[in-house]
Design a protein around this ligand. Structure first.
Ligand SMILES: NC(=O)c1ccc[n+]([C@@H]2O[C@H](COP(=O)([O-])OP(=O)(O)OC[C@H]3O[C@@H](n4cnc5c(N)ncnc54)[C@H](OP(=O)(O)O)[C@@H]3O)[C@@H](O)[C@H]2O)c1
Length: 183
């Protein structure tokens, strides 16, 4: 991975490796999923839904777990179908032209799965960041009900996500992630 820290443990595995998944979530208080498949025809249809369904009983069995945060696609509607008007209008064409049609369907199914299988023992948050770029960070990000088309950096999104997962007031919400001070 190229990252070393005394407080970091890397568990090697994949979505199918039950033992590695168990080892990863065992004894945790907060779990963040920011994995995803590839754009285009190579997308493994339904991969994230299968993965989250496989992970779910492991999360539910962790007595220490307080929050599970899933990072979704920007264009995904909330499980009840609600969606800002502009996104509703452009979601499918935008997904088509970026090769993300299957990814969008899959992430929509994940959000529905999470809503249907909500668990009393831990809270869930689904973040919907916009375009993420690999650049120097330094911008404060915030959770918003209004989407922003401003690009954000992986570094800032990481800092935001570590804060968000500890914020119980975000449980049960589907925030967009936007630069602070911008609508
Ligand atoms: N990038 C953006 O602009 C953007 C914007 C909004 C939302 N998102 C969402 O954020 C999430 C991550 O996006 P990203 O751009 O960071 O994606 P990414 O660079 O493609 O990273 C995806 C990660 O998922 C891992 N992965 C895929 N299949 C796996 C499997 N079967 N087992 C274990 N790990 C697996 C990959 O591991 P390997 O490295 O080993 O392949 C990779 O580390 C996605 O849900 C995406 O829709 C991204």
């Amino acid at each position: 991975m190229g990252v070393e820290d005394d407080r970091l443990t890397v568990v090697q595995g994949n979505f199918e490796n039950h033992a590695a998944l168990h080892e990863t979530v065992r004894g945790t208080t907060h779990v963040i999923c920011c994995a995803g498949g590839t754009y285009g025809k190579g997308y493994d249809t339904g991969m994230m839904t299968r993965f989250i369904a496989r992970l779910w009983p492991l999360l539910a069995a962790e007595p220490t777990l307080r929050t599970f945060l899933f990072q979704s696609v920007f264009f995904t509607p909330e499980p009840d179908g609600s969606h800002p008007f502009l996104l509703k209008l452009i979601a499918r064409p935008a997904a088509f032209f970026t090769g993300a049609t299957e990814m969008l369907k899959d992430n929509t199914a994940v959000m529905q799965f999470m809503a249907t299988n909500r668990n009393d023992t831990f809270g869930t948050i689904v973040t919907r960041p916009g375009k993420i770029v690999d650049a120097a960070g330094g911008v404060d990000l915030t959770a918003s009900k209004t989407p922003s088309f401003a690009a954000i950096t992986f570094a800032d999104l990481g800092a935001f996500t570590v804060g968000a997962v500890q914020n119980a007031s975000l449980h049960g919400t589907y925030p967009f992630v936007v630069p602070k001070g911008k609508p």
